[in-house]
Design a protein around this ligand. Structure first.
Ligand SMILES: Nc1nc2c(c(=O)[nH]1)N[C@H]1C(S)=C(S)[C@@H](COP(=O)(O)OP(=O)(O)OC[C@H]3O[C@@H](n4cnc5c(N)ncnc54)[C@H](O)[C@@H]3O)O[C@H]1N2
Ligand code: MOO
Length: 427
C-alpha cells in the first residue's frame, strides 16, 4: 500500500522534508468570533475600526474643581481667591452640566468637564471647600483636561487584521465597546500515550507493577501543545490493542471539535507497535525514518481527515518531535509566523560527538555572555544523547543542533541552538 509522503528510495527523510510534508497538509483554521476573554495570543482576521472617539468626552485628569480660568485672577497663598461651589460631578455622576460664571464645580478624575470650564484646579491648590472654595494658584487654560478624541478618533484603525492580540490590544478593543472579534481559534489537540507498561502518575508507587513505568509523555506533550498556543485534550493511556486505539480515534471524529491527534509510542520495529498496526492498513498515514536523533521513527497523516502525528515513545524523542513538527503545524493552524522556533547562534562550551548521517538535537543550557558591547550566547550540553533522559531534558532550555555531516564539535565551536523557553519567563 502506498505510504503518503514516503520518499521513493525508502531513505530517511530529512527534517526539512518531513516538516514540509506535514505543513503541506495543514492550513489556517476557519476564523471564529470569540469574546475578548478568550482571544489573547490569537490572530485577528479583520481590521477593527473605532466606533467612537476616546476619550468619549472631555474629562478631568485630577480630583479638584472645574473652573473658568479667567475668573480666578492671580491668586496666591497669601491672597487666595474664594469662589462659590455650584455643584459636584463624579465619574459616572454627571449631574452638574455647566460652570456658572464666577463659580466652580467640584469634579472627580474621569468625570465629564461641565460646559464653560476650561481648566481644573487640583485639590492640593485649594482648601477643599464644599460650599465655597479658596484657591491659591491659577491653572493655565486647559490644565488637567483630557480632551474628547485626543487619543482615538471614531473611524481610526484600532487593530489591523493579522495582529496577534496581546493584552494592550484587548484593552483597547474593550475600551471601544468591541466585545467579540473574529480570530483564528486555538486548535484542539487530542494527546494520548500508547504502551501496556504505562500507568498514570496518580497510581501509587506501591501499586506500580515491577515492569510498569509512569506515563510521562501524555503530560509532556500536552504541556508542549499548550505552550505552542493550542488547547490540549489529554486523553491519557491507550493499551497496546489496535482496535482500542482505533475506537478512540473513531470516538474523537464522531464527537468532533478536535483539530489534530498526537500519539506517543508504538511506531518503531517492536512486536507490539500498536499505532503502526492500527493505522498502516488505512493507507493514509506515512511511517518512516527521519534522519534525526532523537526522533528517528516518525509517522504523520490523516484518519478520515483528522491530522495525526504518531511520535516515537522515547520521551525526549516525542518532545523533540513535538517541537520540530507538531508546533509548526499548530502555529500554521493559528495563522502565526514564523512557524518554527528560530535557530540562534551560540558558542559551544564542551566537546560533543554525534553519529554521521543524522541531525542530532542535543540538550543544552544557554547562557548570555557580555563580550564588550556585544551580547553573545554560549551553550553547554546537559547529559548525554539518550532519548530516555527526562531528568536532563527538564534541566535543559535549548536543543543544540549538530548537522548531519558533523561527528565532532570541539569547545569554542559555533553552533546553532533552538531555545525552548522564553528566556524572561523560563517556561
Ligand atoms: N529494532 C529497533 N528497535 C528500535 C528502533 C529501531 O530502529 N529498531 N528505534 C528506536 C528508537 S530510535 C525509538 S525512539 C524507539 C521508538 O519506539 P516506539 O515509538 O515504538 O515506542 P515504545 O517502544 O512504545 O517506547 C519506547 C520507549 O519509550 C518509553 N515510553 C513509551 N511511552 C512512554 C510514555 N508515555 N511515558 C514514558 N515513557 C514512555 C517506553 O517504555 C520505551 O522505553 O524505538 C527504538 N527501538
Ligand atoms: O531516535 Mo529514537 O527517537 O531517539 O531514540
Amino acid at each position: 500500500m502506498a505510504e503518503p509522503g514516503a520518499d521513493r528510495t525508502g531513505a530517511p527523510l530529512t527534517v526539512e522534508q518531513h516538516l514540509a510534508q506535514v505543513l503541506a497538509t495543514v492550513g489556517p483554521l476557519e476564523p471564529v468570533r470569540l469574546p475578548l476573554d478568550e482571544v489573547r495570543d490569537l490572530v485577528l482576521v479583520e481590521d477593527q475600526v473605532a466606533p467612537l472617539s476616546l476619550p468619549r468626552f472631555t474629562n478631568s485628569a485630577m480630583d479638584g474643581y472645574a473652573v473658568r480660568a479667567a475668573d480666578l485672577g492671580s491668586p496666591s497663598e497669601a491672597a487666595p481667591v474664594e469662589l462659590r461651589v455650584a455643584g459636584e460631578v463624579g465619574a459616572g455622576q454627571a449631574t452638574t452640566r455647566v460652570v456658572p460664571r464666577g463659580e466652580v464645580v467640584k469634579i472627580m478624575t474621569g468625570a465629564p468637564v461641565p460646559d464653560g470650564a476650561d481648566a481644573v484646579v487640583p485639590y492640593e491648590w485649594t482648601d477643599r471647600g464644599a460650599t465655597t472654595v479658596r484657591i491659591t494658584r491659577a491653572p493655565a487654560v486647559g490644565a488637567h483636561l483630557r480632551g474628547a478624541g485626543e487619543d482615538v478618533t471614531a473611524g481610526d484603525l484600532l487593530v489591523a487584521a493579522g495582529t496577534r492580540l496581546g493584552p494592550r490590544h484587548v484593552g483597547l478593543l474593550a475600551s471601544c465597546g468591541i466585545a467579540t472579534v473574529p480570530v483564528r481559534p486555538r486548535p484542539v489537540v487530542a494527546v494520548l500515550s500508547t504502551g501496556t507498561e504505562l500507568r498514570d502518575p496518580a497510581t501509587a508507587l506501591a501499586d506500580l507493577p515491577d515492569d510498569a513505568i509512569y506515563d510521562g509523555n501524555s503530560y509532556l506533550l500536552a504541556a508542549a501543545v499548550e505552550a505552542a498556543g493550542a488547547t490540549a485534550l489529554r486523553l491519557g493511556l491507550v493499551a497496546d490493542e489496535p482496535q482500542a486505539f482505533l475506537d478512540v480515534l473513531a470516538r474523537l471524529r464522531a464527537e468532533g471539535g478536535v483539530h489534530a491527534v498526537v500519539t506517543s509510542g508504538g511506531v518503531s520495529q517492536g512486536d507490539f507497535d500498536v499505532v503502526k498496526a492500527a493505522l498502516r492498513p488505512l493507507g493514509t498515514v506515512w511511517f518512516g525514518p527521519v534522519a534525526m536523533q532523537p526522533g528517528k521513527p516518525q509517522g504523520f497523516g490523516h484518519v478520515e481527515g483528522l491530522p495525526i502525528f504518531t511520535l516515537p515513545g522515547n520521551p525526549v524523542s516525542s518532545y523533540v518531535s513535538t517541537e520540530l513538527f507538531v508546533r509548526p503545524a499548530l502555529r500554521t493552524m493559528m495563522g502565526l509566523e514564523p512557524v518554527s522556533r528560530p535557530l540562534v547562534d551560540a558558542t559551544l562550551t564542551e566537546r560533543v560527538t554525534s553519529p554521521p548521517g543524522k541531525r542530532q538535537f542535543l540538550r543544552g543550557t544557554v547562557s548570555v555572555r557580555a563580550d564588550g558591547l556585544e551580547v553573545a550566547l554560549s551553550v553547554s550540553p546537559v547529559g548525554g544523547s539518550g532519548s530516555h533522559l527526562v531528568g536532563d531534558l527538564a534541566a535543559a532550555d535549548a536543543l543544540i543542533v549538530v548537522p548531519e555531516d558533523v561527528t565532532v564539535l570541539e569547545p569554542g565551536s559555533a553552533v546553532q541552538v533552538v531555545r525552548l523557553t522564553r528566556p524572561e519567563e523560563g517556561l
